[in-house]
Design a protein around this ligand. Structure first.
Ligand code: SF4
Length: 767
């Protein structure tokens, strides 16, 4: 796939013409943080033609397989179309919106009366639109009076946020995608971008074809590593040692930008002194990271010699018990060389979800207040005045895992989950299910009739609009705000998430929730971003604060900052300092030494979780596409041949993977992409799509102490073979993908376990 640095003029003209003359709609892909522009055109027979938007700056017309398959995911067979209430027999029955919302309002009000505002919580999603996030955040932090609103984005980029805030004083991504086009060296750390950010990866490949160098730092030899000039198979959890060693090397070889350090930063000497003690040489760095000396030397020499360098990092850095320190070790190297905010030079956080950034902008994280403001007293007072809020939260709320721990302990008694599936995706997912069942009130607004979370004791289900039906905005990894637009009618009784939260607010008796449209919510959000800002805060979209409804409808992709008083601002931050700390200087941060969950005789391997190329999260959407199931059709585990043979496994057979938290059965893939001692398991399968394959149940709880982000990469584990006498494959036309591996009585051949009751696409019948 070739990446265009600019869209071919004839293609733009052709599609612009289609946009004007037909019902074609410009929108944005709902999956990853690249944020590709999409054009959707009705193609007859209830089909939608999907193509990349050649005018969108994130993708210039390109789409990856997931984006191209979006048309497959629009069916209604698995959709939640009406409000539902769970009856005493455990079955859900349809109720009216009035009745469902009465239950939600009465339940929340009663619990707040009896136990206070911290007894309730919202758990949101990076799949929500910015407008959805904004209304939910305002409700909880300004009117209910608690900051217990967090999001599944906590699982993907909270450590990047925390690292940015520690170093820059704000959660600012300094660079933009154009930097990948201009860099002479791209370093990808803990990022399988070829699969997880495919269109941006192709842009990197295009740059590499012009002689730029690509270095991959990853414990796993991923598809991304295949295209690298240098692959560093680093020991898990030791990234901070690599970048501290790099800092020492840069100092020894006079590559530092001493003027930048002196004028725009503080804390450099102490951080360098500490790095010199822990990783003083290339040899020491190699020893600390498990890398070959020659590879470390080659990387250090390349980085030192290349001013135009982008270091991009993703889940392999963030999903770590020390993710924030890893982020800061990377930022330290860019600050020390002044390689920040300049064309082709920046540290770059690749966000996982389409609107992880938008959620951060409104304050969708429990430790952020709103519009990139934290819980400092002046910010609390400012936001309270802006919202005319009667009951402001005055301290940070509970972060995702802590929130569910508070549910388990009984501290939180009512939880509203919007567009997320924490019973499958949080660590110790079986314990999460148990915790959810204890709630007095579990409200779920979602697109789906059934998820692992819904079947964990939900009381009320509220049907929300899905992609293609909803309208609002999202922000991608390079701070570009794009419109997601509706091109389908709202099915059944579905409503926009922002509208559901606003109606809840009105019924709770709160003023300030009379929004008539997503545009009105967006304008308020934009006004807050510039309210008493005056350049003190990075997030400012004041130029969009007075958009008309028509202007909102036609809003082209817009990068922030978009200040009202600037006609053309810089696309980048910090080339000339101007950080958002009190003294406007960046902070060098001392990373702690690498730790790690210990393997043992009982659990001698390390379990790493991640994504498959063609699936997204818990497959609630991509599971509807048959073509996306072709790559990996069932739950699998990757293991190196030596470990596999030692454990008695056979390639293509089955293994039971067990940790201290749970176990499941997975198909074995022996591959030399895995290093000895490490397993890799894709995260996607749940009880809704497979039997006995809940990977979240395997993952131990180890939280980064700064960001609260869980480590999803290093759980101690063991494997053993599972041998079956019989396997079968059933192919059927069905609404939903399902893999069942049920035990069958070897003598009589009768099924003892459950085969698919969901009309599965295929199953293995095991005896
Ligand atoms: S790269 Fe990401 S945003 Fe672009 S089409 Fe693929 S999944 Fe969608």
């Amino acid at each position: 796939m070739a990446i265009m640095t600019e869209a071919p003029a004839e293609r733009v003209a052709e599609l612009n013409s289609a946009m004007q003359s037909s019902t074609a709609t410009r929108t944005c892909c709902p999956f990853c943080g690249v944020g590709c522009g999409v054009i959707a055109i009705p193609a007859g027979k209830a089909e939608i033609s999907i193509s990349g938007d050649p005018a969108h700056p994130a993708n210039y017309g390109q789409l990856c397989r997931k984006g191209l398959a979006l048309g497959d995911t629009l069916g209604l067979s698995a959709r939640l179309l009406h409000p539902m209430r769970r009856a005493e027999d455990g079955q859900f029955a349809r109720v009216s919106w009035d009745s469902a919302l009465d239950d939600v309002v009465n339940g929340f009000a009663s619990i707040i009366d009896r136990h206070g505002p911290d007894a309730v919580a919202f758990y949101l999603s990076g799949q929500l639109l910015t407008e959805d996030y904004y209304v939910a955040n305002k409700l909880m932090k300004g009117f209910i009076g608690s900051a217990n609103v967090d999001t599944n984005s906590r699982l993907c980029m909270a450590s990047a946020v925390a690292g940015h805030k520690r170093a820059f004083g704000a959660d600012t991504v300094p660079g933009c995608y154009e930097d990948f086009d201009l860099a002479e060296l791209v370093v990808l750390v803990g990022s399988n971008a070829a699969w997880c950010h495919p269109v941006l990866y192709q842009r990197i490949r295009a740059r590499k074809s012009t002689n730029a160098k690509l270095v991959i730092v990853d414990p796993r030899r991923t598809a991304t590593a295949d295209g690298a000039d240098l692959f560093l198979p680093i020991a898990p959890g030791t990234d901070q040692a690599l970048f501290s060693g790099l800092l020492v090397h840069l100092a020894l070889h006079d590559v530092l930008d001493t003027d930048y350090i002196a004028r725009h930063t503080t804390g450099f000497d102490a951080v360098l002194a500490d790095a010199k003690k822990s990783v003083p040489t290339i040899e020491a760095t190699a020893q600390a990271t498990g890398l070959a000396r020659r590879d470390v030397a080659a990387f250090f020499a390349l980085f030192a010699a290349t001013p135009r360098v982008v270091t991009a990092f993703s889940q392999g850095v963030n999903q770590s018990g020390q993710g924030t320190d890893k982020v800061n070790a990377i930022l330290n190297c860019h600050l020390a060389t002044g390689r920040i905010g300049k064309p082709g030079a920046a540290p770059f956080s690749l966000t996982g979800q389409t609107n992880a950034m938008g959620g951060r902008e409104v304050g969708g994280l429990a430790n952020m207040l709103a519009a990139h403001m934290g819980f400092e007293s002046e910010n609390i007072e400012r936001v309270q005045r802006f919202w005319r809020a009667p009951r402001m939260a005055v301290r940070e709320g509970l972060k995702a895992v802590q929130m569910l721990q508070a549910v388990a302990s009984g501290q939180i008694k009512a939880l509203w989950i919007a567009g997320s599936n924490p019973a499958a995706s949080l660590p110790e997912a079986d314990r999460i299910r148990e915790a959810l069942r204890k709630l007095e009130l579990l409200v779920i607004s979602d697109n789906n009739q059934s998820t692992d979370t819904i079947t964990s004791g939900a009381h009320i289900l509220l049907p929300a609009l899905a992609w293609g039906e909803k309208s609002g905005s999202v922000t991608n990894s390079e701070r570009v705000i794009s419109r997601q637009r509706a091109f389908l009618k709202a099915p059944g009784e579905t409503r926009p998430d922002w509208g559901i939260f606003a109606e809840f607010g009105r019924r709770m008796g709160f003023d300030g929730f009379d929004y008539a449209s997503a545009a009105e919510v967006f304008r308020e959000h934009a006004h807050l971003s510039c309210f008493e800002n005056n350049g003190k805060r990075d997030f400012d979209i004041g130029a969009l604060a007075d958009l008309s409804d028509a202007g909102y409808d036609t809003l082209a992709p817009t990068q922030w900052p978009a200040r009202a008083d600037e006609t053309s601002g810089s696309r980048r931050f910090f080339a000339q300092g101007g950080f958002f700390t009190p003294d406007r200087k960046a902070r060098f941060i001392l990373p702690a030494p690498a730790l790690g969950l210990c393997v043992s005789e009982a659990f001698p391997l390390r379990l790493n979780t991640g994504r498959s190329r063609d699936q997204w999260h818990t497959m609630t959407r991509t599971g509807l596409s048959a073509r996306l199931a072709r790559d990996v059709a069932e739950p699998v585990m990757d293991v190196c041949p030596e470990d596999g043979v030692d454990a008695g496994l056979v390639d293509g057979g089955f293994a039971r993977v067990t940790t201290a938290c749970g176990s499941c059965i997975l198909r074995v893939r022996m591959t030399d992409r895995q290093t000895r001692g490490h397993l890799f398991v894709p995260i996607h399968w749940t009880d809704e799509t497979a039997s006995d394959a809940r990977v979240g149940a395997l993952v131990a709880t180890w939280l980064d102490p700064v960001s609260g982000q869980p480590d999803l990469k290093t759980t101690p584990a063991k494997i053993k073979p599972v041998t079956f006498a019989l396997q079968g494959l059933l192919l059927a036309r069905a609404a939903r993908y399902y893999v069942s591996r049920s035990l069958v009585d070897a003598c009589g051949g009768r099924a003892r376990g459950r085969l698919s009751s969901r009309g599965g696409r295929g199953f293995d019948c095991l005896a």
